[in-house]
Design a protein around this ligand. Sequence first.
Ligand SMILES: *Cc1c(COP(=O)(O)O)cnc(C)c1O
Length: 403
Amino acid sequence: MNSASRMPARPGTVAVWGGDAGQWPGRATQVPVVHSVSFGYEDVDTWFDVAMGRVPGHIYGRNTNPTVEAFEEKVRLLEGAEAATSFSTGMAAISNTLFTLLHPGDRVVSIKDSYGGTSLLFLEFLPRFNIEVALCETTDHEAIEAEIARGCQLLYLESPTNPTLKVLDLERLIASAHRHGALVVVDNTFATPINQSPLALGADLVIHSATKFLGGHADALGGVACGSKPLIDQLFHFREVNGATLHPEAAYLLLRGMKTLDLRIQRQNASALAIAQFLEQHAAVAHVYYPGLASHPGHAIAMRQMRGFGGVVSFAIHGGFEAVRTMLPRLRYAHLAANLGAVETVAGPPRTTSHVELSSDEREALGIPEALIRYSVGIEDVNDLVADLDGALGAAGQAAAAR
Ligand SMILES: *Cc1c(COP(=O)(O)O)cnc(C)c1O
């Protein structure tokens, strides 16, 4: 497969073939891991032409690398973008994007439920550079539009959010930002390009923590941003200078993981919906947060803008944090860990993962109950996961009754 014109359009096929179309040494069918830091030339003129961008090629590993480039190409094709560039982590992608696009005196509008690291950038770091950040109630679309109308250079969104899976009407908010001349960045980590295409909904840039669903195996950190060539060129230029480069070994692991992206996400979508429905009727469960449930306040929007509802289900159980403490260690098929999007199920309370730095009052104010569990569904047999949850919930119920 080495002709771009034969590149198929459907995501399941792009996940397998996209970016792999290079001419690799020895006719290798798999993308090689190129560890070389520098790339040599036979004459100074060719070297100069490559350096000036007149001829394709690589010069130095902080800037570009063939394995890393193949990873960027696969994500670019999946997101339907003109260009893509990668970073050492998801947070590197987010911080590079914000520090590339923003200037002192600028104003950013975003939501209270952004990913923890992103929130810290908004609250702690951007204000140091005289950049004002307005964080709105996440699903209050009128409030977000009012802040946009007050003037802003950048609208930063995430949907569904972590950990309570709130859903934003991306098309509506993007259109509102564009009417006021602002750029729109969307973190698409939870949805993945299989379930949601923010660029098609009008966003200027889409960002991923590739560490999560894209890689899917919890063995490599990475980040990526996709968008128009002029915007990606700006991000690339800043990343070349600050050096938050994706390692070729990580790029290879992410590329390999992404071959099964469509397969994994289809499975996780189906299993997560079945688990959400099971939990919703369980006596030990107080509330289930999953955009695929008709009871979810963002369900109608999710039906319009998503092709599947994703692999993360959050739920609150009766009995407070004591019950969480009893229940979680009884899960046989879940790592209790601060991660999501892997082939193995991962479970944890936001109290020890995404929102560890907040007090319980601050978490309550964000609508995150103390007894909330974030459950990232893996690719195990769903019947085993349901039985596992049922057993652990039963044990928590019995312990509560005995107290
Ligand atoms: C994990 C995560 C990030 C940060 O990614 P890292 O690869 O851990 O730096 C950003 N956004 C979301 C939604 C995430 O889940």
